[in-house]
Design a protein around this ligand. Structure first.
Ligand code: IMP
Length: 194
């Protein structure tokens, strides 16, 4: 079975990606690969950060790998927090602080359209390829649910009455940006193998 290193230290992302991959490919986490580094995200686009992460791990291991970078783009905030989603409330801040800042910045705003956008960077035999997944939705007025991570408790995908925070993994994957990008990656891998 084809093995792929997933270049992330975020266990929530690992869980979501494993759910999508099932047993089609063998996923190796950074921890399992014996790599303990904080991968840099120095750029101002998701595409460049995703490439930086996969390239870093490819240079370290020489093995097929992929990374992803995700941002929450809120229309009324001109696309913010976007590429800064992880550090919206500051470098050392928590998911909780980032959500609090977002809700605060949205007070009094009725146009609450937003989208999650994931960019996956895959490196196979030294060649890089990217896949995008988008989930449209809106920012809720307050947090609901304790599932997921990041902005999940305040993001309601289009076509749903509940937030990602109220969904289990399978329910979230019916809408998820990450799942859509992963599906494209899986299609590509299957086509290039046969
Ligand atoms: P990263 O830079 O790709 O690790 O992600 C940026 C930030 O976006 C994370 O720290 C989370 O706060 C948020 N984020 C990424 N993906 C999701 C998601 O699926 N749900 C909720 N928040 C997310």
């Amino acid at each position: 079975m084809e093995s792929l290193i997933f270049a992330t230290n975020n266990q929530h992302k690992v869980d979501e990606v494993k759910l999508v991959l099932g047993n089609q490919f063998h996923l190796i986490t950074l921890r399992e690969a014996g790599i303990e580094i904080d991968i840099p995200e120095p750029h101002d686009t998701l595409e460049a950060n995703a490439k930086e992460k996969s390239t870093t791990i490819y240079q370290l291991t020489g093995k097929n790998c992929f990374s992803e970078d995700t941002g929450l783009e809120v229309m009324a905030l001109n696309g913010e927090p976007g590429v800064k989603s992880a550090r919206y409330a500051g470098d050392a801040q928590s998911f909780e602080d980032n959500v609090a800042k977002l809700l605060n910045n949205m007070v009094g705003i009725s146009a609450r359209q937003a989208r999650f956008r994931t960019v996956i960077s895959l490196i196979i035999a030294g060649n890089e390829r990217q896949f995008e997944g988008v989930c449209e939705g809106k920012i809720a007025e307050f947090r609901t649910g304790g599932n997921g991570f990041g902005y999940d408790p305040v993001f309601i995908p289009d076509g749903s009455a509940i937030s990602f925070g109220e969904m289990n993994g399978i329910e979230k994957s019916a809408f998820s940006h990450r799942k859509k990008a992963m599906d494209k990656l899986i299609d590509f891998l299957k086509q290039s193998m046969f």
